[in-house]
Write a protein that binds this ligand. Sequence first.
Ligand SMILES: Nc1c(N[C@@H]2O[C@H](COP(=O)(O)O)[C@@H](O)[C@H]2O)[nH]c(=O)[nH]c1=O
Length: 155
Amino acid sequence: MTIYFYKVDEPYGCFSNFSPHGIRRKGLHWPTVEHYYQAHKFIGVEDESIITEIRNAPTPDEAAKLGRDPSRTIRSNWDWVKLGIMREAVLAKFLTHLEIQAILLATEDLLIVEDSPTDYFWGCGADRTGQNHLGQMLMSVREEIRGRLQEKASS
Ligand SMILES: Nc1c(N[C@@H]2O[C@H](COP(=O)(O)O)[C@@H](O)[C@H]2O)[nH]c(=O)[nH]c1=O
C-alpha cells in the first residue's frame, strides 16, 4: 500500500506543507511549513522585507504566491539549500505537533507520495514518475523521530 496525499482537506492532508501546523524557528513563529520554505528563498537578497511579508501572509497559498512571483529575484544558491531548509521545517512540524506525529508514525514503513499533479520535484507529478522529494523527506523524518523515541525509551 502507498499513501498518497496532496490537498490539506483530503486524506493525510496533515502531510502537506500547507497544513495549519505552525513551527517556531530562531524565535519566530511561522504559520505553516510553506510560509517558512517560501520566505527562505529570499534570505540575503537586496530587499528582505519580502520575508516578513511572506511570514505574515494570511494563507499558505498566499505565501506560495509571493514566493513564486517571477518578478522577484530569489537567492542564487536556492537549489543547493532548499532540501535542507525544507527538512528542517518538516522535522520541526512533526516534533511540535504530537497528534500528527502519531499519524506519521502509524504509517509504519509504507511509501508516502506527494500526489501533486504538477510538481515533479517535491511530488510525483501527473504521471507519477516524479522525484517525490517531499514524500521521501516525510519517510526520513518518520525514521528520525522513531529513532529518537526509541533512544528516549531506552535511556
Ligand atoms: N501542496 C501544494 C503544493 N505543493 C508544495 O509546493 C511547494 C513547492 O513550491 P515551489 O518550490 O515554489 O514550487 C512544496 O511545499 C510542495 O509540497 N503546491 C500548491 O500550489 N498547492 C498545494 O496544495
